[in-house]
Design a protein around this ligand. Structure first.
Ligand code: COA
Length: 184
């Protein structure tokens, strides 16, 4: 099964998106618990378009947001991956690591395990120098993943794409360099 994946961790495989993922992805994007720290849930059409955006990014840059599969049973559990930061928030480190898992798969350590494997791939295979990550200040589960994988807090900022007055506007910024990663 290993050859199916671009890279893998102990329990997870990372691969390009398949049509079969669309239904499960739309379901998680329509779930208010999964989308608690985003402005809204997504429609099926918005969810499908997001997959297309991820795939286009991967085609163009050679890295992107990958579909994550549990190796044991092939279940699609969500995404983890790397994206060029699409706005100028006034900080360097143009590649971000991000994750979203279906809540059926929370609290098993999959996010941190998968994010660590993704950092490994970014630094050792893609030869990146620095990765950042950010999330709404209130999204503690996501911030804890950043901390668990060895990233450190670099500051706070107002997300430029969120409306003024939105309770999600205030974001925390984390980062890790290839040297810091090697020293973990
Ligand atoms: C962010 C998100 C991926 C975090 O998921 P998570 O399940 O909390 O994180 P992990 O997969 O790393 O699991 C860690 C938890 O599993 C527990 N755990 C259980 N078995 C484990 C195991 N074998 N190994 C490690 N941890 C394990 C840990 O104790 C920890 O629980 P705790 O937080 O209560 O201490 C999830 O909340 C999510 O998808 N949210 C919606 C999308 C989102 O907001 N994304 C970020 C936007 S920027």
């Amino acid at each position: 099964m290993g050859e199916l994946y671009i890279f893998e961790s102990e329990r997870l495989g990372f691969r390009r998106w398949k049509d079969d993922d669309r239904e499960g992805f739309a379901e998680m994007n329509a779930n208010p618990e999964v989308m608690e720290f985003f402005p809204d849930t997504l429609t099926k059409d918005e969810s499908d378009k997001l997959i297309e955006r991820f795939e286009q990014h991967t085609e163009e840059k050679g890295f992107g947001i990958w579909a994550v599969e549990r190796k044991e049973d092939g279940a699609f559990i969500g995404f983890i991956g790397l994206l060029e930061v699409g706005f100028d928030a006034g900080f360097p480190g143009a590649v971000e690591i991000g994750w979203r898992l279906d809540n059926k798969f929370w609290k098993r350590g999959y996010a941190a395990e998968g994010a660590k494997a993704t950092l490994d791939y970014a630094f050792k295979i893609l030869d990146m120098n620095e990765i950042c990550s950010f999330t709404a200040q209130t999204n503690k589960p996501s911030e804890m993943v950043m901390q668990r994988i060895g990233m450190t807090k670099a500051g706070e900022f107002d997300h430029p794409k969120l409306e003024k007055g939105s309770p999600l506007k205030k974001h925390v910024l984390y980062r890790i360099t290839t040297g810091e990663y090697a020293a973990l």
